[in-house]
Structures are given as C-alpha cells and as structure tokens.
Design a binder for this molecule. Structure first.
Ligand code: FES
Length: 276
C-alpha cells in the first residue's frame, strides 16, 4: 500500500516537473497566456497533491506516547531501531520522494527564470530626451505649424514637434498668458516670448496627459489625480500628488511668425522615478 502511494507521489512530482519544463518551452516560443496559466496551475497542483499524499499516506499516522520510565533503550530496542533504519524501503522511499520533489522544484524554478528575458533592454539615456530639437517647428496634431497669432490670451493648444506628432514624450501644451504676470526662473527669461509658454503634457506623477487649463488661476490640471501646476511659476505643482514641475520647452517666434523650439526639455518628461 505504502509503496503504491510512494509511486503515486513520485509520479505527481514528475508531472509537476514536466509541466514546469513545458511552461518554460511555451514561454520561450513566444508565450501563450492561457496555456502558461494552465501549466503553472498543473505544476502547483501536482506538487501539492504529492506533498499531501506524502504526508497522509507515507508518514506514520496517529498519536504516539512513550512511557516516562523508558528513558534508556535496551540493547534489543537499539538493534531493532538500527534494523528499521537499514530497511531498504524506508531509505529508498525518502530518496525517491526527495529526488522527485527536487526535480519538480528545479523545473519550476527554471521556468521562473525565463521571464527575466521579458525585462527587455536597458533604456539607457533614451528617457532623458524627446524629439524636440533646436529649430523644430511647433505643430498641431494634424501637422499644421502654429503661428504666434494662433494662440489667444488664456487659450491652450496641444502641440507636437514637427515630424513627430505620434511621439508620446513630445506632446506639450502651449498657452498664452499675460506677459506681466509671468515670473520665469533665472535663465528662462527668453523661453516664453510674448507670454507664449510651452510645458510637457505628460504629468510628472503617473504620466497622464495634463490637458485641462484653468485660465483664471493660470493652473494646469491633471484629470487623473487632480494635480495642479502653476503656469506662471515654472509649472510647479501646487496641489495633488505630483512632486515635480512639468518640464518647460524653450521656444522662440520665427521670422515667419511660426513658433519654433530652441532645444529639448531641460529635464526628463513624465514620472521621474529613475532620477531618485
Ligand atoms: S497622473 Fe497626474 S496627478 Fe496622477
């Protein structure tokens, strides 16, 4: 009976190992979510079944008590105990089951290493730059260049770098504010000609598009978690969970009246977790 359960538990461990290896193979071939889930569940279920069988069918059951006066074993008892340890079936059973467990755990562990491949290549310095470059024209979503006259006071326009209207990190918001209210940071006095000012549209909290403008307060609002940014003071966050200002894009008005960037954003756009 116990030999039978021993083989059943070992078979379950082997099934878990096979499922683990199959999981690794499926992942390596490109992956299939449902199949991977099924194989993972099979592996864990087989290991669980084997351990339960091991505990319930192969280990001694019941309550055992030893009389207090029997503090020392007799010679006969010692010999009997040695004989019990030497019995092939005891040692063999443990060896077989431990090997089965190691096989199953090894195969699953191997499969668990494969997803490391999904981490992908390091982004390097790519997150520090956007398509904005000196001289690039500021355009709308349909590629139309934005002229300074196109933006009314307290108006807001979503703009992109020319040729990169699909670049998520290049999207920005352009506003015109009364020049006399602006308080540019030192070194940024020329970045907002005629009160035209551009900030990244990617929220520095969790990356949502900051597309709402409360003109009377001169605040940009993020609809996701209600962060508010002060447009007159470098888009510093004044409310909500965002902790960093929206990066400002330096711009100028070209001789043709079209707005052009004079460089990239000075800091990475979006949530800046990699800088902390
Ligand atoms: S993503 Fe903007 S406040 Fe959270």
């Amino acid at each position: 009976m116990s030999r039978r359960w021993e083989l059943i538990a070992f078979t379950a461990f082997c099934a878990a190992a096979a499922a683990g290896l199959a999981l690794g193979a499926v992942y390596w071939q490109g992956g299939q979510t449902q199949l991977e889930g099924l194989l993972l569940a099979t592996a864990f279920a087989a290991i669980g079944f084997a351990l339960v069988a091991w505990a319930n069918k192969l280990l001694h059951q019941g309550t055992f008590a030893e009389s207090r006066h029997a503090l020392a074993n007799s010679e006969r008892e010692r010999i009997a105990a040695e004989a019990a340890f030497d019995r092939d079936q005891v040692l063999e059973r443990r060896t077989l089951l431990w090997r089965g467990l190691a096989l199953a755990a090894g195969a699953l562990g191997l499969a668990a290493l494969f997803p490391l491949r999904s981490l992908g290549p390091k982004p390097g310095a790519a997150l520090n730059h956007t398509p904005w470059r000196d001289g690039l024209r500021v355009v709308t979503e349909d590629g139309t260049p934005v002229r300074a006259d196109d933006v009314p006071t307290d108006g807001l326009l979503t703009v992109f770098p020319e040729g990169h209207v699909d670049a998520a990190d290049g999207q920005a918001v352009l506003m015109r504010v009364p020049v006399e209210l602006l308080e540019p940071a030192p070194g940024r006095e020329t970045w907002s000609p005629d009160g035209l000012i551009v900030y990244s549209k990617v929220c520095t909290h969790a990356g949502c598009p900051v597309g709402l403008y409360q003109a009377e307060l001169h605040q940009l609002l993020c609809p996701c978690h209600q962060s508010a940014f002060d447009v007159l003071h470098g888009a510093e966050p004044v409310f909500g969970p965002a902790a960093s200002p929206l990066p400002q894009l330096p711009i100028r008005i070209g001789s043709d009246g079209v707005l052009r960037a004079t460089g990239d954003f000075p800091t990475p756009v979006g949530p800046g977790f990699w800088t902390r």
